[in-house]
Design a protein around this ligand. Sequence first.
Ligand SMILES: [Zn+2]
Length: 248
Amino acid sequence: MLGEPAPSQADLNFVLFGIPVRVHPYFWLVTLFLGYRLGDAISVLIWVAVVFVSVLVHEVGHALAMERYGFRPWIVLYGLGGLTCRDQRYGFHSSRYESSGEILISLAGPAVGFGLAALLVLILMATGHRHALDFVRLWGLMPTVTLDNLRLQQVCNAFFYVSILWGLVNLLPVYPLDGGQVAREILLALNPRGGIRQSLWLSFFVAAGMAIYGITQWRSAYAAIFFGYLAYSSYQTLQIYSSRGRWY
Ligand SMILES: [Zn+2]
């Protein structure tokens, strides 16, 4: 599946809450590519900064949950999104950890994003912007705000967009997204012999369905390519898994 990219000379390295973070140059390139049509240079800069903070916050959620289970995590931002890796030697390997711990680690990323978006809604309400908020996008789940300060409005709306959409997309039961890991743990607990195969089929059908939905409903080539690739990748893993009878 999607692994950690090799270190490059243009990597940005820093430490956040004691967690090493590495930003691969492709992260900036893909983010710029997705946002370059947003308007003037400052709007594009706001987009890149908000995507950086939102994706980092999501990965910090995973990393802090991993630390709780004794792992030593590190974060890599790469392409469209991020990875939180861990040194397997340090984890607790009790049977109780295995599925409930994996599920909590996977849900912690989207949960931190949703939590911060909710906090921003509360801050806007508390500062007298209740009527400036609107909840019509994405089945009423995505807030948008209209503010006197255009730049502040752009920051808030980009943050709502990225943290909520990225969190929801990540909850889909598709490998290697967070929801794919959760589906694997649940199906494996229900069916230890066939759970992984079931989770790969689920991943394939949901990703293929999302690719079709993306192109027909959202008219988004990006969504179609993203989910089309994940469907292909799940199908390929299923073939390897079926021929070898095991995975990993
Ligand atoms: Zn995640």
